[in-house]
Design a protein around this ligand. Sequence first.
Ligand SMILES: C[C@H](CCC[C@@H](C)[C@H]1CC[C@H]2[C@@H]3[C@H](O)C[C@@H]4C[C@H](O)CC[C@]4(C)[C@H]3C[C@H](O)[C@]12C)C(=O)SCCNC(=O)CCNC(=O)[C@H](O)C(C)(C)COP(=O)(O)OP(=O)(O)OC[C@H]1O[C@@H](n2cnc3c(N)ncnc32)[C@H](O)[C@@H]1OP(=O)(O)O
Length: 382
Amino acid sequence: MALLGVKVIELAGLAPAPFCGMILADFGAKVIRVDRTKVFSTLDTQARGKRSVALNLKMPEGVALLRRLCVQSDVVLEPYRKGVMEKLGLGPSELLSENPRLIYARLTGYGQSGCYASAAGHDINYLAMSGLLSQLGRSGEKPYAPLNLVADFAGGGLTCALGIVLALLERTRSGKGQIIDASMVEGAAFTGSFLWKSRRLGIWSRPRGENLLDSGAPFYDTYKTLDGKYLAVGAIETEFYDQLLKGLELDAGELPPQMSFSDWPELKQLFTERFASKTQADWLMIFDGTDACVTPVLSFDQVSSHPHNRERGSFMKDSSGEEFPRPAPILSRTPAEPCLASGPAVGEHTVEVLLDYGYTSAEIDEMLAAGVVQCNTGKAKL
Ligand SMILES: C[C@H](CCC[C@@H](C)[C@H]1CC[C@H]2[C@@H]3[C@H](O)C[C@@H]4C[C@H](O)CC[C@]4(C)[C@H]3C[C@H](O)[C@]12C)C(=O)SCCNC(=O)CCNC(=O)[C@H](O)C(C)(C)COP(=O)(O)OP(=O)(O)OC[C@H]1O[C@@H](n2cnc3c(N)ncnc32)[C@H](O)[C@@H]1OP(=O)(O)O
């Protein structure tokens, strides 16, 4: 696997950092999640392939232990509010002076500077601050956050993973680690670069929900079918739009031009009525094999059995039979090999990891007795 041999210390966080760690683990890195002590269950659903150490960072011995783990690691990933790591004596200046090859990834909402840097927040706040949220939503409605996908995951976890891989690559030339300041506001905004750069084309100049790709255009939206299911339509280019009209049995000559914004509401009404006249299966019979860009809106229960996804093996099952998306993208020689076992219980691997990192059994027993670390062998997870 591409990241074989890379050792990562991930300090337990909410959603973006666990995702980042899971990406690295899927592609072969050895990831250790550092959990708190006196916590017996975890809601971390993105712990695949990781080991867990439960460690009390409020004790100096716990801090010393984490420093020792970082000396022998390639990456430390921290998801805390600005200043938390420094307060613990675990800031970049300490850790990088002890291990100059360390990649110190800081995944926060607002970044390490600026007047919001220390403020609490969640995906919706970061999305709002990126400018993107103002563009999302249907006409006449308030802005709508598409789950926590954009800031937490695309702009946060995934972007941070890219930063880590770039820093690892650069380190092969310089031999030096560096600090990654991954702000979810900036990661989300960067993900939205297309919107920024295409503004002057005039395709976003109308109010929210009335533009080309934001559900304003009749040929780029979802439609309900006779049986209460949905279809996604993305027929932007003229040649594909023509095929859409053909499938809908509409005559282009009797309709306003495709790009006549002012006629879109009327066209959308017409499309809505047409799509509501047949079942989803009927429409798929009509459109499958054409370039009309019409696909079913699949539920989580349906995705893996759709012939296309099934043929590519796009979804996998873990050892408990639960489905999950195969890690993407596919590398031809060194693809990801996600662990199929369930994620670790809090502190499940404390002893194993400390032995790996050179602690003796006597030292570990002493730390267990003092409450510096905790080992939980049971699989207490919700
Ligand atoms: C929208 C998403 C979040 C979605 C996540 C949801 C899936 C879950 C969120 C809440 C959950 C529910 C809730 O818990 C209630 C129920 C509980 C029940 O058990 C289950 C059902 C629940 C309904 C439960 C269900 C789900 O799990 C939830 C709904 C996001 O946007 S995530 C992105 C968030 N933002 C960031 O990550 C940006 C960077 N981080 C921050 O800004 C802050 O960390 C944050 C997130 C604002 C939290 O601030 P907080 O004040 O809590 O922490 P920090 O200031 O960062 O300080 C950390 C302190 O912890 C100490 N510490 C850390 N490790 C250790 C250790 N090993 N030992 C000892 N101490 C430790 C550290 O020293 C800091 O201490 P101080 O405060 O003293 O400095």
